[in-house]
Write a protein that binds this ligand. Structure first.
Ligand code: ADP
Ligand code: MG
Length: 338
């Protein structure tokens, strides 16, 4: 008996790189029968967690098929992206790899839908079944669009894309209520001169208990990338505030960002900025007032002029006196303008 189990295990592992097991082959077979797929024409990417294949439908639509790995090794880190948000409250079987990877595919599908509904450019999702996801292929003549990290960019194009990127982050948070949680030059494609967001299986609802940490990390990745491309970027905390400030909206966003870009161009002491960023990366960020550890202490600190990291996020004025109606940077400007 022992032997039999082992043999079975072995043949499981022998499936092509743990990706194309018999269930997936059956699923693909059905899609061929229905004409959803007419041909699969090679592999776009083999990653740690998934392979992506290029396919065409019967009516010549180009499709990307993402097939997730079912190997247990890659699950260790996934639980924290699923636990802690209401969409997955019903999920109990995180230790069954096959079920787990199915949830992972469904999560990516549902996140892609949210991006579509919120007007963020991302592959349009077609369908998901088992641990496989079919979506719009981004590229031209069968060539996949390059990752942002591989795109050849002039300094001026980089500046435009930085602004586009932070507006995408704002939209994801405010229109789609999502935090990407793995946003970097590796998970954005450069397509038709614009940024397209991909790889959202780990993206979480903005109410997820770790959403603020994930967002801070995304801000940090994006900032580092564009800095490398000589863009005068916003300070890290300013970017985080821009995304989470409930008083920023589509009407005042342009003015808000113009102000920051001007400031960024006259960058102050870079050493000072590095210190501020290091402090911000370590800070505890509560999502709601009820999570603030010592409200009274913080109010006293704020009154004495200390900057509180979370004030913008929860929509309060700098002195915590009352709800803010205008972004602080604009309120100050309007005051100065008279
Ligand atoms: P992972 O990083 O988990 O392996 P991704 O979703 O990032 O999975 O996909 C891996 C790579 O496949 C991407 O970097 C990109 O080059 C390519 N790719 C993914 N989705 C598409 C798509 N819809 N169109 C074109 N290329 C894609
Ligand atoms: Mg990726």
């Amino acid at each position: 008996d022992k032997d039999r189990i082992r043999t079975k295990d072995k043949s499981d592992h022998a499936t092509i790189e743990n990706v194309l097991d018999s269930r997936i082959k059956n699923k693909l077979h059905k899609l061929f029968e229905r004409g959803v797929l007419a041909e699969i024409n090679g592999c776009i990417s083999t990653g740690k967690e998934a392979n992506v294949y290029y396919a065409r439908s019967k009516n010549e639509d180009e499709i990307a098929i993402k097939i997730y790995r079912t190997s247990i090794l890659t699950f260790r880190n996934r639980e924290k992206y699923i636990r802690g948000e209401y969409r997955f409250d019903h999920v109990h079987s995180l230790h069954n790899p096959r079920k787990m990877v199915k949830i992972w595919a469904e999560k990516e599908f549902s996140n892609l839908k949210r991006l579509e509904q919120g007007g963020v450019r991302a592959p349009r999702p077609h369908l998901c079944g088992g641990h496989m996801l079919l979506m719009e292929f981004l590229g031209s003549d069968g060539w996949a669009a390059p990752k942002l990290k591989d795109a050849v960019l002039t300094d001026s194009k980089s500046r435009t894309l930085y602004r586009e990127c932070i507006e995408i982050m704002w939209k994801m948070y405010n229109k789609c209520r999502l935090v990407h949680a793995d946003l970097s030059e590796y998970n954005m494609l450069y397509h038709d001169g614009s940024i397209v967001v991909i790889d959202v299986s780990q993206a979480v609802d903005r109410d997820h208990c770790n959403a603020m940490e994930f967002l801070r990390n995304d801000c940090s990745n994006v900032t580092a990338f564009f800095k490398k491309h000589n863009v005068g970027v916003m300070p890290l905390q300013a970017l985080f505030d821009f995304i989470t400030d409930p008083t920023v909206n589509e009407n005042n966003m342009d003015e808000y960002l113009d102000m920051w870009m001007q400031e960024a161009d006259q960058e102050k002491d870079p050493q000072q900025r590095e210190i501020e960023e290091a402090v911000f990366k370590q800070a505890y960020i509560p999502q709601r007032l009820t999570q603030v550890i010592n409200v009274e202490r913080d109010i006293n600190l704020a009154k004495s002029g200390k900057d509180l990291i979370y004030k913008t996020l929860i929509g309060l004025k700098a002195d915590l006196s009352k709800p803010a109606e205008t972004p602080e940077i604009l309120a100050n400007k309007h005051k100065a303008d008279g």
